[in-house]
Design a binder for this molecule. Sequence first.
Ligand code: GDP
Length: 297
Amino acid sequence: MAFEGLAERLQSTIKKITGKGKVSEQDVKEMTREVRLALLEADVNFKVVKDLIKRIKERAVGQEVMESLTPGQQVIKVVKEELTELMGGENSKIAVAERAPTVIMMVGLQGAGKTTTTGKLANLLRKKHNRTPLLVAGDIYRPAAIKQLETLGEQLTMPVFSMGTETSPVEIAEKAIEKAKEEHHDYVIIDTAGRLHVDNELMDELQGIKDAVKPDEIFLVVDSMTGQDAVNVAESFNEQLDLTGVVLTKLDGDTRGGAALSIKAVTDKPIKFAGMGEKLDQLEPFHPERMASRILG
Ligand code: GDP
């Protein structure tokens, strides 16, 4: 389950302080030390942990807690608020283009869950707006990727725009948008090529698509189970493409939570959605507060 390991550790640490009528500076020190270790063990970015602990300490030993009737609970409230803040505010809205269609570009490394998430997102948008998005097969290097998207389209009974492997991704994206206008699709979701590692050629190609179609959203899909690697990938993609948001996949199997807790702080881009399983209805808006509650119990 998501965050299970981290949750267990933090909850036992925090239990010690909950019932306290008085919280001494020493108590706060001990608690923050444990929280710090738990977060580092969960593979949260080192600098992110340092800043977070500093803020918790400042607030927990300050007036805010000392004057409170139940200082123990107040300390926990501080930790929860800081974790929520760390993961970003509520942010799962999708930009809407002034003129339809709204164009969403999906980027990410191979295996992160990009194609699956393209289908999941389309499913979510159709449920919400009752309109069918147009899916676009922009990975021209792997025929299997095109096939995979087409299969998803069949499962969802949604149209998939593909031009095979001989046309450039820029042209495919442009043609897809023309078609979406003709057929009155509100959303176009472009699945792009992935590689095993970040490389310049891939970035140039993605930049080319971005320049040509000026997407309303560029979502990076990253595998939360890869922890700080996911954070590094997010940094690279963000530097090159100026992302508008991140989708964290495989959160259902991530017991540590390092990526979820670090990405917003490191890239300043919000996590908008989380993949919670392989099924096409297992994509959820990412709610930082709910995540923090899940972690702290
Ligand atoms: P792509 O190469 O980035 O397009 O990745 P795929 O969409 O092919 O996904 C790679 C694998 O990850 C597939 O087996 C998916 O079923 C799986 N996957 C994707 N998202 C999730 C998720 O949120 N949870 C779990 N458990 N598996 C996922």
